[in-house]
Design a protein around this ligand. Structure first.
Ligand SMILES: Nc1ncnc2c1ncn2[C@@H]1O[C@H](COP(=O)(O)OP(=O)(O)O)[C@@H](O)[C@H]1O
Ligand SMILES: N[C@@H](CCOP(=O)(O)O)C(=O)O
Length: 297
């Protein structure tokens, strides 16, 4: 086996009203440098990664092993050097990036020749929803749906003119915890309103009406009203960002990071203003990654 590098982007899920369905890839990366070895070794070279464990307890190793076993293969021993720019449990898809990296590690090391559809299926089974896995794999903004136990349909949007600003607070919020506050059921009336808002958001995004898209992003009824209390400054960030000229600001994934979509070319100036207003936050201007998962040999 020759050496290779796996690079997986971060992602922002939901984009307001498209709960568990829409996600955009972001240019922060999880990187694995993989080479052949006599024994398994995971070397974590970033302060953003979880504490070191025995390789068998490493999350990425477990995903890789499980993927290999699905195809009746055994993983050959590898040395893996892991680096990451994606903060954990902040709503930037770190777990989806780790899952995609683990699937690709098995794909390369065991020569599984997995298709994008299979990788999306495996990743979604593990994560439970496709909205982070799909953009992490495919890049761009992806709308996806689990149509049956074995089928996920998706459509990828790679053509847009937007700047993206993230506001990352200095505390973690586990996705599981933020899912526990959501209602188990919605009435027909609630579901109709919530999905109508999502429909208008997507149609405006596709036709380039970013003002209307931003308005609809901020009207989500599926998750934001229930999560707002978990996210300090939820209302203040939205209001200040809007006054600074963004189209819309939403919770990134399950939070606690928030994300604004802004006119192309204005992101940096808005980020500088927001950094002054919210000194406790890491404010970053990011780009939508258009490549998704990359394997570099
Ligand atoms: N590179 C990684 N290596 C090992 N575990 C990871 C890695 N990235 C994420 N995880 C696991 O995923 C958890 C965060 O997942 P989650 O709560 O879904 O938040 P998010 O995906 O928004 O960052 C981490 O606490 C850690 O257990
Ligand atoms: N649709 C999910 C997305 C979770 O994203 P994460 O980046 O916070 O893991 C949800 O909203 O629960």
């Amino acid at each position: 086996m020759s050496s290779f590098t796996i690079k997986v982007p971060a992602s922002t899920a939901n984009i307001g009203p498209c709960f568990d369905s829409a996600g955009g890839a972001l240019n922060l990366y999880l990187t694995l440098q993989v080479s052949e070895a006599d024994n398994w070794e995971f070397e974590q070279r970033s302060p953003l990664l979880p504490a070191d464990t025995h390789y068998e307890d490493n999350f990425i190793y477990k995903i890789a092993k499980q993927t290999a076993e699905r195809h009746d293969k055994q993983l050959p021993a590898c040395k893996v050097i892991v680096t990451s720019e994606i903060p954990l449990a902040r709503g930037l898809g770190s777990s989806a990036s780790a899952i995609v990296a683990g699937i690709e590690l098995a794909n390369q090391a065991c020569k599984l020749s997995l298709s994008p559809k299979e990788k999306l299926q495996y990743g979604t089974e593990i994560e439970g929803h496709p909205d982070n896995i799909a953009p992490a794999l495919l890049g761009g903004i992806v709308f996806s749906v689990i149509t049956s136990a074995n089928e996920i349909d998706w459509i990828r949007l790679a053509d847009f003119n937007l700047d993206v600003i993230v506001y990352i607070p200095n505390f973690e919020l586990k996705t599981e915890e933020a899912r526990n506050v959501l209602p188990a059921n919605y009435s027909r009336e609630q579901a109709t309103s919530a999905s109508s808002i999502g429909n208008v958001m997507i149609a405006s995004l596709l036709t380039g009406d970013y003002v209307l898209a931003g308005k609809m992003m901020e009207k989500d009824l599926f998750h934001e009203p229930f999560r707002a209390n978990l996210i300090p400054n939820f209302g203040r960030i939205k209001k200040e960002a809007k006054l600074s000229g963004v189209y819309g600001t939403v919770i990134s994934g399950a939070g606690p990071t928030m994300i604004s979509f802004a006119p192309n070319g204005e992101g940096q100036a808005i980020a500088e203003h927001m950094e002054t207003a919210f000194g406790d936050y890491q404010v970053k201007t990011l780009e939508i990654d258009r490549d998704g998962l990359q394997v570099i040999k």
